[in-house]
Write a protein that binds this ligand. Structure first.
Ligand code: FES
Length: 147
């Protein structure tokens, strides 16, 4: 194989890889798809049941495409604000648990740890816990879920 042929193969390999990455990006994770995701608000509980401090684990159900789904989230009262987090660990998707003694979320799979604002403290996760929209209307608390 001549140097010219080797260079030609290398360039076509690089171009193919770039095209593949673009296809994957635009097909699976393009910003347009993210924008087009629908947010459905699910009733959680009355406003009086919001935690006055700390973290509350909430289990909820919702209907989508004729099926009933069950899930959970964490509602955190932090610096006079309410935050809602998905329990899904950003490492490999296990569900985190709240440790009320050490005031942190712990993932049972690989010991990933997150603080009460969802930021990574330690372990393999690189991304914080996913926040979820929360709204209060007519004294009722609703959680926004992406569909
Ligand atoms: S899945 Fe949570 S740390 Fe690995």
């Amino acid at each position: 194989m001549t140097r010219h042929e080797l260079l030609k193969y290398f360039i076509s390999y690089c171009l193919s890889s770039i095209i593949f990455v673009f296809i994957v990006f635009f097909y699976f994770i393009s910003p347009q798809k993210v924008k087009n995701k629908k947010i459905k608000y699910v009733f959680l509980f009355d406003e009086d049941d919001l935690p006055k401090r700390g973290v509350k684990k909430v289990e909820y159900k919702f209907e989508h495409n004729g099926k009933v789904h069950f899930n959970r989230c964490y509602i955190v009262f932090h610096k006079s604000n309410y935050l809602a987090f998905s329990p899904v660990c950003t490492h490999l998707g296990c569900h985190v648990n709240w440790d009320s003694i050490n005031k942190e979320f712990i993932c049972p799979c690989h010991s990933g740890r997150f603080d009460m604002t969802g930021q990574v403290i330690d372990g393999p996760p690189r991304e914080p816990l996913k926040t979820m929209p929360l709204k209060i209307e007519n004294y009722k608390v609703y959680l926004g879920i992406s569909l």
